[in-house]
Design a protein around this ligand. Structure first.
Ligand code: SAM
Length: 251
């Protein structure tokens, strides 16, 4: 919970990103075989994708890392409720302060290339390089990463906090992965429906709170936050920013 107490995103969303259950299941199938393998999810949020991966692979183990303690607490509760406690270890820590306990056979970086910090224009390259160091030889990286579905206009760029050069096309993204030594096994992209489900769920808790707390001293700040996010979405990235899911083979 936050101050003021606004419900966490996991109350309204299955995944913290534009991802349907169907696509999640297909992405997990693309990571098989996972027998006896170790899966690391960096910036895992409440770790729904990691937990589903472990449910699909009964002898696999997993590690999830995220600096959001509320999300990690939810991940742990979900893991416990689904009988995964012994196979998953979840850490509420900044990735930049964290050291892995073991190499991974699969690394998931879904909407989280920013966790290694630095210049936003280098986030994707940093994530590709960092994941290689975390992977066993011939491991796989599942990378959920932004790209421009169409070139953003000046007006859109002015309405959202994303520099034009942070992203290129899907082809540029795949080329960058190849420059880092990976081979592309599969690529797909979030649909507008998946984006809308995500963005609608993202805004819902703020709107519920505003409806229920019109006279709160925090109302102006919460309304401003919700309005800013809506502007980012509807005047900025909707239909223009994409999210590609790359399944990548490491050397
Ligand atoms: C868009 S969310 C994606 C979450 C998750 N991968 C998913 O698909 O549901 C990005 C996540 O990165 C986490 N994050 C951002 N910077 C981080 C850092 N330096 N260390 C650890 N986690 C970080 C955030 O807390 C957030 O949960």
């Amino acid at each position: 919970m936050t101050t003021p107490e606004i419900a966490p995103l996991h109350d309204d969303l299955t995944f913290h990103g534009p991802l349907s259950e169907e696509r999640a299941a297909r992405l997990i199938r693309g990571l098989q075989p996972l027998d006896e393998k170790h899966v690391l999810d960096v910036g895992c949020g409440w770790a729904e994708l990691l937990l589903r991966t472990l449910e699909a692979a009964p002898t696999a183990t997993g590690t999830g890392v995220d600096r959001d303690a509320t999300a990690i607490a939810q991940a742990q509760a979900n893991a416990d409720a689904r009988g995964l406690t012994a196979r998953v270890s979840l850490h509420a820590v900044d990735v930049q302060q964290w050291r892995p306990e073991q190499p991974a056979d699969v690394v998931i970086v879904n909407g989280a290339s920013q966790v290694w910090g630095g210049d936003p224009l280098q986030h994707t390259a940093n994530a590709l390089a960092a994941a290689r160091k975390l992977l066993n030889p011939q491991g796989k990286l599942l990378l959920g990463e932004g790209f421009w579905e169409r070139p953003p206009t000046e007006e859109q760029l002015a309405a959202m906090p994303i520099p034009r050069d942070q992203y290129g096309t899907v082809a540029d993204l795949v080329d960058l992965a190849h420059e880092h030594g990976y081979r592309l096994l599969a690529v797909e992209q979030a649909s507008l429906d998946e984006w809308d489900v995500f963005e609608n769920g993202h805004a819902l808790a703020w709107e519920r709170w505003l409806r229920d707390n019109p006279d709160s001293e925090h109302a102006d700040a919460v309304r401003a936050k919700a309005d800013t996010q809506r502007t980012y979405r509807l005047r900025g990235w909707r239909g223009t920013l994409g999210l590609a899911y790359l399944t990548l083979q490491a050397p």
